[in-house]
Design a protein around this ligand. Structure first.
Ligand SMILES: Cc1cc2nc3c(=O)[nH]c(=O)nc-3n(C[C@H](O)[C@H](O)[C@H](O)COP(=O)(O)O)c2cc1C
Length: 271
């Protein structure tokens, strides 16, 4: 499926059938997870497949997920980060989203689940002795059929005019400006990336020959590096599909403030 269709149609699935994924497919998935760890190459990002989801669900019920609403699925993939450096978190999320794209091509549905509220003792009981930390897992399986008579709307998305700044933070693109630069589709579809609490904190600052990714945050929160990594993955994929073969280069320690809103610079992408 074209990435544009995939992005428009993708959604988090929170109700799964009580049906396990075939053992051969799980074996294929395991070797895919290994290949992704090798692609990353840092040694700080690991993906752990939990084939027996029942136990994990039982332990995390009331703790994992938004307000303890744990998602029940036949299997899970844990994102284990061996250190808490920014690039490890960003690329952990980037590669998990690459895995989601693979799962989707196998007809498997997914939902990110936050488990940061579980204490380390509980996590050790669930995951055994691991070297790193697991704050996010992915519920995987086959979604329950959707009711064709109920129009299940997609989660709300911000407009392109709020997503993209031109030359300066706060400057929305002029009519046709993105189209003239061949970037209108890219910025239209990138909005369908998932984000924690559907916060959509990504902003893109477009300059003549490059675009910077900024993450918006306020005094009460930290910039979401997970959401940054996820959107970087899709941006790269969409850009490559229109012939722009760059890769993100991360920017360290740069934040700006504009009218009580903070923006953290995450990376730069040459156009
Ligand atoms: C890092 C991250 C953590 C998330 N954690 C949860 C979660 O704990 N529970 C949940 O139901 N959805 C979770 N989600 C799913 C988001 O709520 C969802 O992607 C967003 O609302 C947009 O909806 P959509 O994925 O259907 O387009 C998470 C998503 C991300 C990216």
């Amino acid at each position: 499926m074209l990435m544009t269709n995939f992005l428009r149609e993708r959604k988090s699935i929170r109700e799964f059938k009580n049906k396990k994924i075939d053992v051969d497919v799980l074996a294929e998935l395991k070797s895919y997870l290994n290949s992704i760890e090798n692609d990353d190459g840092s040694g700080y990002i690991r993906f752990r497949l939990y084939e027996y989801g029942e136990n994990l669900y039982k332990e995390l019920k009331g703790i994992g997920g938004y307000s303890g609403v744990m998602i029940e699925s036949p299997h899970y993939i844990g994102l284990e980060l061996i250190n808490n450096q920014e690039d490890t978190i960003i690329y952990g999320a980037y590669y998990m989203e690459k895995i989601i794209t693979k799962l989707n091509s196998l007809g498997i549905d997914t939902c990110w689940v936050s488990i940061g509220d579980a204490d380390e003792g509980q996590k050790e009981k669930i995951f055994g002795e691991i070297i790193g930390k697991i704050n996010y897992i992915l519920a995987i399986g086959y979604g329950k059929p959707r009711n064709p008579f109920i129009n299940e709307s997609i989660s709300h998305r911000i407009g392109v005019e709020d997503l993209v700044f031109v030359d300066k933070i706060g400057n929305s693109p002029k009519a046709d400006e993105l189209e003239n630069r061949g970037l209108d589709d890219l910025f239209y579809y990138i909005r369908f990336a998932p984000s924690a609490f559907n916060n959509q904190p990504w902003r893109f600052l477009l300059k003549k020959d490059r675009v910077s990714l900024l993450i918006k945050y306020n005094d009460k929160e930290k910039p979401s590096l997970m959401d940054a990594g996820i959107v970087m993955y899709y941006f790269e994929y969409l850009a490559n599909s229109i012939g722009i073969n760059s890769k993100w280069e991360l920017i360290k320690d740069m934040t700006v403030e504009d009218e009580n809103t903070h923006y953290k610079y995450i990376g730069e992408f040459k156009l």
